[in-house]
Design a protein around this ligand. Structure first.
Ligand code: ASP
Length: 420
């Protein structure tokens, strides 16, 4: 396997994992064996990636910001980043809504299937509702308050606090820019070298990626729900996957038109991150690899990538946005509700905000969907309809989330002359 490019190795690992998982599901005791002896290696692999996330954000953002000559450059880059992220998110929700209204997958679900699903997943639904209710009760400005950590060590103790770490790193970096060069020089050297070590660690983790994704996919397959459920929800899954594929086409067009790079350059360059996003269902866990791909393969300057990508991993989730549009209207259709245009525009608004608030971890999107449903007056029990197949779709939407971040970093890079 030595000479193969990394994305091929990962792909082969995934395929063997799927085949292994399928065989194991048919062998007596195979699922148990996979759970006991294969799954832990997948968990170790994800843990390694997560382990690197916070030190990486700290090192690369501090290095990135302190490399800038002055604050005006930071605000220029920041303004563009946020504006483009918002635009791609709005595009994503709109694509989702248009598709779900045209295809109408909710109409294909029978009343019996609906009842069965609502009963079968009632407890799971309640658990997600409880989490969402807690978030809603916190008041509209709570996310803003949460952005500012009161203790950096407490913030760094959970990967969920990624935005707090970003805030600290930016603040710290700004402090360094404002100091005379002579005074900040030792610290700058420290962070440059710290960053290099982290990148080396990512290299080492990537060497075992093909084995990690093998373990992840094998255990996912043995835990997968029955095929019948996939059939009942097939139209919903197809609509969503179509929407996600549309988004990838949108990215390719953006890259072609605005950065003049070819489709194969872009897709080949970002492939390792996409495959990892698919296997881990987490943009946060994929972040180290996304950064490597964007800098090394897509040739975006480190200064831009280290700023745009960590922010994107936490606030820009285009795949999740497509999903929230499709899922909300699908549930409404399945319950026989006709949503007015204004109700759908409301979904655009709440889904955009919800995708920003979604954590970059597996299944985070379905929690935020509860809020979108509640806002649009769609029965929250409908969540049960999509539970069974949420994980595979989560894997697909995470691929889009990561690809979107890479696209925007190329765009921002191009717009400020930092695309090599
Ligand atoms: N798993 C997704 C991500 O990490 C979030 C989601 O559940 O939609 O990007």
């Amino acid at each position: 396997m030595k000479k193969l490019a990394l994305h091929w190795k990962i792909l082969i690992g995934m395929l063997i994992g799927i085949i292994f998982g399928l065989i194991m599901s048919f062998i007596n005791g195979g699922s148990q064996f996979t759970g006991d002896y294969v799954k832990p290696f997948g968990t170790i692999f994800i843990n390694l990636l997560k382990l690197i996330a916070i030190p990486l954000i700290l090192a690369s953002l501090i290095k990135g910001v302190s490399d800038l000559k002055d604050i005006s450059k930071l605000s220029l880059m920041g303004g563009r980043t946020i504006a483009i992220y918002l635009l791609t998110t709005l595009t994503a929700v709109t694509i989702g809504l248009v598709l779900v209204n045209v295809i109408q997958p909710g109409k294909s679900i029978s009343v019996e299937t609906r009842k069965e699903l609502v009963e079968a997943y009632a407890t799971d639904t309640q658990a997600k509702q409880a989490v969402a209710a807690k978030r809603k009760a916190e008041g509209p400005l709570k996310p803003l308050v949460e952005l500012i950590p009161s203790n950096i060590f407490a913030a760094a103790s959970s990967n969920k606090n990624m935005l707090q770490i970003i805030f600290f790193a930016l603040f710290f970096g700004i402090g360094m820019i404002l100091l005379p060069k002579k005074k900040s020089k030792p610290l700058k050297k420290f962070f440059d070298s710290f960053n290099d070590v982290i990148l080396k660690m990512i290299d080492m983790i990537m060497k075992i990626a093909p084995y990690g994704v093998f373990a992840l996919l094998a255990s996912l397959i043995v835990e997968a729900p029955s095929l019948e459920l996939f059939q009942a929800l097939g139209m919903y899954a197809i609509t969503l996957i179509l929407g996600l594929a549309f988004m990838i086409v949108v990215y390719i067009i953006i890259v072609n038109v605005f950065t003049k790079r070819s489709t194969s350059f872009f897709m080949k360059g970002i492939a390792p991150a996409q495959l990892l996003a698919f296997s881990t269902s987490s943009s946060a866990a994929t972040l180290p690899v996304t950064m490597e791909c964007v800098e090394d393969n897509l040739k975006v300057d480190e200064e831009v990538a280290s700023f745009v990508l960590p922010i994107g991993a936490t606030i820009n989730m285009d795949g999740t946005s497509v999903y929230q549009g499709v899922a909300a209207v699908f549930i409404a259709q399945a319950f026989g509700l006709d949503l007015s245009l204004s109700a759908q525009l409301g979904i655009v608004f709440t889904a955009t905000l919800a995708s920003i608030g979604t954590a970059a971890v597996p299944s985070a999107g379905i929690v935020m969907l509860v809020i979108v449903l509640a806002q649009a007056g769609i029965p929250e029990a409908g969540l049960a309809l999509i539970f069974a197949i949420d994980r595979p779709l989560d894997m697909c939407r995470t691929v889009v989330n990561v690809t979107g971040d890479a696209t925007v970093s190329m765009l921002v890079g191009k717009s400020i002359g930092k695309l090599k």
